[in-house]
Design a protein around this ligand. Structure first.
Ligand SMILES: O=C[C@H](O)COP(=O)(O)O
Length: 253
């Protein structure tokens, strides 16, 4: 039995005032029952979010993290800085970082190692572009991205966090993968992990991301290998995000 997980990735959105309203609406909401919930907020607002969520079950995460412990890495934020603000973990390998900031499989693996070394959780994101899907390369791409971490750190380490399948063509486009399309990839990802460790594969939460909304969440969550969602745009609306959390909390995983 896997506890559903829903993450809200705020990306580069929000200012103090709007954040306060959103955080206040999420805190203690009854729709959070039966689901693990995290929000990944921009670094300048780690403190604000961490303080607001201090005595509630919502975890605060970073959107990316430096693989380095400290030093001359302008613009980076370290795992120790995350710990200073009581963050629970970070996203690694989001496609907007892979594509926009040149984060490679090797760098993502190093970020994963930095988090795990500090006992923090990692939400490993994998996903194919539209061109890769149309070329029939979906499973090869997501398996390569997954195995880059699995081979070095093992399935047990992966299962302490979350694996997010986010097809690039579905992110922020309104083009959600169908439940069947997502399920097919999730099942393949779980099989890749199972080849390393069957118990870790069964325990691993594999969540879907890409234009998840309140009105399509339940259909996605009805699939046996979809254990929740990583939500971008809809996580900026408390009512949308909470409805997605509620849908996740109602599924029997
Ligand atoms: O991290 C979240 C994903 O990029 C999905 O974003 P989206 O829900 O805006 O499509």
């Amino acid at each position: 039995m896997r506890q559903p997980w829903v993450g809200g990735n705020w990306k580069m959105n929000g200012l103090r005032e709007s954040n306060a309203a959103l955080l206040g609406a999420l805190k203690g909401a009854e729709q959070l029952a039966g689901v693990d919930v995290a929000i990944a907020v921009p670094a300048p607002y780690w403190q604000q979010a961490s303080e607001a969520m201090n005595d509630c079950a919502i975890n605060v995460m970073a959107q990316t993290i430096s693989p380095h412990a400290s030093g001359a890495y302008t613009g980076d934020c370290s795992v120790a800085m995350m710990q200073d603000f009581k963050l629970s973990g970070a996203l690694v390998g989001h496609s907007e970082r892979r594509q926009g900031a040149g984060e490679s499989d090797a760098l993502v693996a190093a970020q994963f190692a930095a988090l795990r070394g500090a006992g923090l959780s990692a939400v490993l994101c994998v996903g194919e572009t539209l061109a890769e899907r149309e070329a029939g390369e979906t499973l090869a791409v997501v398996s390569r991205q997954l195995v880059a971490v699995l081979e070095q750190y093992g399935a047990e380490a992966l299962a302490t966090g979350v694996l997010a399948y986010e097809p690039v063509w579905a992110i922020g486009t309104g083009l959600t993968a169908t439940p069947e399309q997502a399920q097919a990839v999730h099942a393949s990802l779980r099989a890749v992990v199972a080849a390393f460790d069957i118990n870790a594969a069964n325990a691993l939460r594999i969540v879907y991301g890409g234009s998840v909304k309140a009105d399509n969440a339940a259909g996605l969550f009805s699939m046996p290998d979809i254990d929740g969602a990583l939500v971008g745009g809809a996580s900026l609306s408390a009512s949308e995000f909470l409805a997605i959390c509620q849908a996740a909390g109602q599924i029997a995983l």
